[in-house]
Write a protein that binds this ligand. Structure first.
Ligand code: PRP
Ligand code: URA
Length: 208
């Protein structure tokens, strides 16, 4: 199995701890999720290709860099919005493509209900964003949808992952790099990550 990149930076772990705590209210949850998203995206984007360009400073001609390819951010609704809200300001030229998937509460199987994908996918560096990788069903489905629409360079970014989700994603899409802040123990009987942080969408949007 290809190895996920686990971001162990102390600031990432401090924000993650605030997300895990059951006494963190929705406003603080969103704030820590956004700060953690900035750190994770900085790592996830470290290998983006740049083109060298000539520029002029107030003093001299010099060389600089610009991103070589378009960027597409793909939050998986709902909880992925908590990540894209923070990452989009870091790369304001990025296109945001939304994919809606909800897990069936009984079976934990993914049900896609929405997708708005841009034509630029085939030329772009694509970042799929979801705080939780539990069974892996949602991530695998989203990435399959993106590939079917032409995406080739895809990275998956999440906050908490389970060993089962990592294995499922690696089996379905072995070439997709995975960036996460934690690999937890496993899943409970309802396919929730343990210790995890609960239902990310509900905690983000106060719908618990
Ligand atoms: C959660 C989470 C992921 C998915 C992870 O979304 O945000 O998308 O579950 O579980 P999986 O790896 O087993 O597929 P949910 O379906 O609860 O939707 P929501 O964000 O709208 O609450
Ligand atoms: N979805 C969540 O939001 N949390 C989990 O632990 C599993 C799926």
């Amino acid at each position: 199995m290809s190895q996920p990149i686990v971001v162990t930076h102390p600031l990432a772990q401090v924000h993650l701890t605030r997300l895990r705590r059951d006494d963190t209210p929705a406003d603080k949850f969103r704030w820590h999720l956004q700060r953690l998203a900035e750190i994770l995206f900085t790592v996830a984007s470290r290998a983006l290709e740049t083109s060298v360009i000539s520029i002029r400073t107030p003093l001299a001609e010099t060389e600089g860099h610009e991103l070589a390819r378009p960027l597409v951010l793909v939050p998986i609704l709902r909880a992925g919005l908590g990540l894209s809200d923070a990452i989009h300001p870091l790369v304001p030229e990025a296109t945001v493509a939304h994919i809606g998937i909800r897990r069936d509460e009984e079976t934990a199987l993914p049900h896609p209900y929405y997708a708005k994908l841009p034509p630029v996918l085939g030329r772009a560096d694509v970042f799929v964003l979801d705080p939780m990788l539990a069974t892996g069903g949602s991530a695998c489905t989203a990435i399959s949808q993106l590939k079917a629409a032409g995406a080739e360079r895809i990275t998956f970014l999440c906050v908490v992952s389970s060993p089962q989700g990592l294995e499922a994603l690696d089996a379905a899409h072995p070439e997709v790099p995975i960036i996460t802040a934690a690999i937890d123990e496993g899943l409970n009987d309802h396919a929730y990550i343990v210790p995890g942080l609960g239902d990310a969408g509900d905690r983000c949007f106060g719908t618990t």
